[in-house]
Every structure is written in structure tokens, then in C-alpha cells.
Design a protein around this ligand. Structure first.
Ligand SMILES: Nc1ncnc2c1ncn2[C@@H]1O[C@H](COP(=O)(O)OP(=O)(O)OP(=O)(O)O)[C@@H](O)[C@H]1O
Ligand SMILES: [Mg+2]
Length: 357
């Protein structure tokens, strides 16, 4: 699964147009795709034809309640394409979480608990670098930065680079950036100059695909459809099919360790320097332990300690190979809710599985 935030603090540079149409193009390539509308303007929700009366759960609930997961909140847009919608209520998140610890990781923590049977998750961000965008960036392994042909947009991409550097420094979270030229009419001389500057400054991150300027995007969004559905042969649809092909074909940089970390976070325990880190998100529990084949399924299990963010953790050094485990939460045996990999056990339930390389 690849999680890609669409972010750029400059307003109107094409984030939502890219998010909604790229999601649709990836879905037509037979990928299972989730788009999370992470903008209180709710433009992605509108662009897929939903109004506030069409949903009761939204991205707001992913931030503020621990028991509402993606599988409770999504709307079906099309075959292979789901949306978690958003509306103006999302603007209250910043204030409501003001005093909360770990408020920048709310979305990521929710996605870790959700089932997430997706190949791609896209997160459409608002035009600012506030709490909502930080949550999206910390939940993502990649960021797609649309840039329209203006010098202020170019400046905003530089700012985004600084933001990514701050994230790397302060949270150890590394994202792979992609810059995409969006809303480009490539004929005027000044646009060609901007293209040359982009190439020089962001050559490595700059995608080959150009999303050209065409009125089809406005028409399609006005009818609540992606351009692919509205006019499959239009220039806009071709551009997004190209973009989906380019994004799908990209080898994700293996040196970026955090992507791997994100994957393992979604699939249970992860490797850290001193062993395997088990993290169990049971904030209301009084005692949590982990048991498994590595301790002969001890009935009391190996105790875990509670962190200030309510997550229980312990580090174990396990031999290489496959291990099965379960959590014991206040006496109840449970599989790991953040690990999709399980095998049936002899009691009719499931054991979680972790493989040590
Ligand atoms: N390639 C394009 N050709 C023509 N119009 C476009 C193109 N891309 C975006 N637009 C139009 O420009 C406007 C802004 O685009 P969009 O909503 O995608 O930007 P945004 O970055 O998401 O904005 P915000 O910062 O407010 O979230 C919309 O009306 C959209 O239809
Ligand atoms: Mg937008």
C-alpha cells in the first residue's frame, strides 16, 4: 500500500483536481483506492458529487474518535474507489485537539487501526501547513506537490521542501516528494521559463507528466464526476491516465526507511535497533501483555508498558522466521488489531503473524 499526501500551501494550485482524478485513474488500472478528503472546504467530496446531507461520518471522526475507522466512514464513489468525505466540521479539529499530546499523529494512528485493503491511499490537504497537513504528511510515505505555472507556486514548493526537512529532523519521518506540473498551458514563454526553472531546481522530484490546462476539469467537478468518467477521451483524462501510469511505475526509493516503517506499522510489530517493537493501541486498558510461540503461549504473557499516548509497547528479541502472537488485554486474548496478517488457531480465532527476516 502506498500512502500519498497531496499538499502545497498555495491555494488553487490543483491539489484537489489531482487528488480526485489521480484516484479515479488509479482505480481504473484495477487498484483499490481510498481518497481521504482532509480539507474542511470539502472540495474533493463535492467533486465526487456528495453533499453534506449524504454522510454522517467523515474525516473529522477519524481524528476525534478512536472507535470510528475508515471502514465505518467511507463512501463508495465507483468500482475500486472509496472516499472518506469532509465538510466544514473538520475545521474544528485544530481547536479541539489543541491540548492533546500526539495530535499530529491522530490520522496515522487511525489508519493503523483501520483495515485498509487498499493499494493506494491519497490524502487531499488544505492550502496551509497546519495540523491537518502535518497529520497527512506523518501518515504518508510520499507527497505529491502540484505546482501551477506561477512564481508564487514555485516559492510554495520551496516552502514544502523546508517543511519536509523539518519533519525529517523533528520526527525522523522521511517522505518521497513528487512535483507535478498542474494546470499548465505550455505555450507562453513565461510558462516555458517556469518549466526550465522547475527542471533545474526539482529535476529529481519533477514528474514527466504534465497536467494541461483544460476546462474539462471544471465541467467534470461541477457534475460531481472525475474527468475520466466525464470524458474518457479528453486531454485531461489522458493526462491523468499518464500520471497514474507514471506513479504506478515508480520504484519507491528503498533508501527511504520510513516507507518501510509505515508498511510495518500497518502490519504489526516493527524492527527497531534493539529488537522487535510491539505496539498495542488499547488506551483504556489496565494491563496489556503479549503472548505467543516465543514464550510457549504463557498464560500471563510478557508484560507491556503504557506510554503517555495510551499505546502499550514492549521490545522483544526474536529469532528469524515466522512467529504467532496475541495480546492479552485485561485478561482477554485478542489478535493484534493493527496487523492484517493472521492465521486461524485451534480455538476458532486468529493468531497474528510476524516474520523476522
Ligand atoms: N489543469 C487544470 N485545467 C483547468 N482548470 C484547472 C486545472 N486544475 C485545476 N483547475 C481549476 O482551478 C481551480 C483550483 O483547483 P483545485 O481546487 O484543484 O486546487 P487546490 O489546490 O485543491 O485548491 P485549494 O488550495 O483551495 O484546496 C478549480 O476550479 C479547478 O477546476
Ligand atoms: Mg483543494
Amino acid at each position: 500500500m502506498r500512502v500519498i499526501a497531496l499538499a502545497n500551501q498555495k491555494g488553487g494550485c490543483g491539489k484537489t483536481t489531482c487528488a480526485t482524478n489521480l484516484a479515479a485513474a488509479l482505480a481504473t488500472r484495477n487498484n483499490k483506492v481510498l481518497l481521504i478528503d482532509n480539507d474542511p472546504q470539502g472540495h474533493a467530496t463535492l467533486a465526487y458529487g456528495f453533499r453534506e446531507r449524504d454522510f454522517s461520518l467523515s474525516t473529522y471522526d477519524l481524528y476525534l474518535t478512536s472507535d470510528i475507522l475508515v471502514e465505518d466512514a467511507f463512501l463508495e464513489v465507483d468500482r475500486n474507489l472509496h472516499l472518506v468525505p469532509a465538510g466544514i466540521e473538520l475545521s474544528a479539529v485544530e481547536q479541539e485537539l489543541a491540548r492533546e499530546k500526539d495530535k499530529e499523529r491522530r490520522l496515522r494512528n487511525n489508519l493503523r487501526r483501520s483495515a485498509m485493503p487498499y493499494d493506494y491511499v491519497l490524502i487531499d490537504c488544505p492550502p496551509s501547513v497546519g495540523l491537518l497537513t502535518f497529520n497527512a504528511l506523518l501518515a504518508s510515505g510520499e507527497v505529491l506537490i502540484p505546482v501551477d505555472p506561477s512564481y508564487s507556486s514555485l516559492q510554495a514548493v520551496r516552502k514544502m521542501r523546508e517543511t519536509l526537512a523539518v519533519l525529517r529532523e523533528k520526527s525522523g519521518h522521511d517522505l518521497v516528494p513528487h512535483v507535478v506540473m498542474s494546470d499548465f498551458d505550455t505555450r507562453p514563454l513565461f510558462v516555458r521559463r517556469i518549466m526550465a526553472e522547475l527542471d533545474e531546481e526539482f529535476g529529481l522530484e519533477l514528474l514527466d507528466t504534465i497536467v494541461h490546462h483544460t476546462v474539462r476539469f471544471r465541467e467534470a467537478a461541477g457534475l460531481g464526476q472525475s474527468v475520466i468518467r466525464y470524458d474518457a477521451e479528453s486531454r485531461g483524462a489522458l493526462d491523468f491516465r499518464d500520471l497514474a501510469r507514471e506513479i504506478s511505475g515508480q520504484e519507491v526509493d528503498l533508501e527511504v526507511s520510513d516507507l518501510g516503517r509505515w508498511e510495518t506499522l500497518l502490519h504489526g510489530p516493527r524492527v527497531v535497533t534493539d529488537g522487535l517493537l510491539f505496539e498495542a493501541d488499547f488506551p483504556g486498558a489496565k494491563r496489556v501483555a503479549v503472548t505467543g510461540d516465543f514464550c510457549s503461549w504463557s498464560a500471563s504473557g510478557l508484560p507491556m508498558s503504557r506510554r503517555t499516548d495510551g499505546v502499550w509497547e514492549c521490545r522483544l528479541q526474536l529469532g528469524s522466521g515466522q512467529h504467532q502472537y496475541r495480546y492479552i488485554v485485561d485478561g482477554t486474548w485478542l489478535p493484534d488489531p493493527s496487523n492484517a496478517q493472521t492465521v486461524p488457531n485451534e480455538f476458532g480465532g486468529a493468531n497474528s503473524v510476524v516474520v523476522v527476516a
